[in-house]
Design a protein around this ligand. Structure first.
Ligand code: F6R
Length: 234
């Protein structure tokens, strides 16, 4: 893993933008995308940039189970508001949170991933070391699944909802194997609350208790941190 540390989220996100730009310039066409607070600045910079995604495909990591695409807390809505409405892509794929047929939905998403191999996958990391919604204990060889959110994830995500009861407890998520299939992976982590997960991901053993540690098995991973998220690295 290549680890880059910056003083501010702004500088870190500018570096992440450069990596996206380089990828587009070199012919990358399929981008795996994430939601959450972490990529917000990067998406803002993408919108302001002259980067052209009109020939590109995006594939999001996850979507809450039970939320429709126009629910303000759905990841469809987040992506439209933050990026897709302002920076058009040729095609945008996200899991369908309303599809109650789990087998059908996971097969559909795995088929999309098989037909569109990801050139550059963007990731955040949970305080508990999750990537996508692959929570501690996840199958490191897993593909798309309907995942149960860990209590700590529900707690962390309640800031986006009116009450903790409204936070969905399950989500469709790409699996670790699907993530590791990407040609290149770019993980961003900002803030002190991520420092322990970052340390475990980079310096700890590869274990399903820290799903992000599986990234040690991939040969093309860049980790971009601010100094708070890097504070526990030796
Ligand atoms: C979001 C996702 C999650 C987040 C993680 C960090 O699509 O897959 O793994 O990246 O929960 O969330 P933030 O960035 O809000 O701290």
């Amino acid at each position: 893993m290549e680890v880059l540390v910056f003083d501010t989220i702004e500088e870190a996100s500018a570096q992440a933008l450069t990596i996206f730009k380089d990828a587009v310039d070199k012919g990358a066409k399929v981008f795996g995308l994430a939601t959450g607070s972490t990529p917000e600045k990067l998406y803002e910079l993408m919108v302001q940039s002259d980067i052209d995604f009109t020939e590109s495909t995006s594939i999001n990591l996850d979507e809450y189970y039970g939320l429709s695409g126009d629910h303000p807390q759905s990841y469809h809505y987040f992506m439209k508001q933050r990026l897709f409405d302002k920076k058009p892509f040729k095609t945008n794929y996200l899991p369908d949170g309303l599809n109650e047929n789990t087998e059908e939905e996971t097969a559909r998403y795995n088929q999309i991933l098989a037909e569109n191999p990801i050139d550059l996958q963007l990731l955040g990391i949970g305080n508990n070391g999750h990537i996508g919604f692959n929570e501690p204990g996840a199958d490191l060889d897993g593909k798309t699944q309907l995942a149960d959110l860990a209590p700590s994830t529900i707690e962390a995500n309640k800031r986006f909802f009116d009450s903790v009861e409204e936070v969905p407890t399950r989500a469709y998520s790409m699996g670790i194997a699907s993530i590791l299939n990407s040609k290149k992976i770019l993980l961003l982590a900002f803030g002190e609350s991520k420092a322990e997960a970052v340390k475990n991901m980079i310096e700890g053993p590869v274990t399903s208790e820290v799903p992000a540690s599986a990234l040690q098995k991939h040969e093309n991973v860049i980790v971009i941190l601010d100094k708070d998220a890097a504070s526990l690295l030796s």
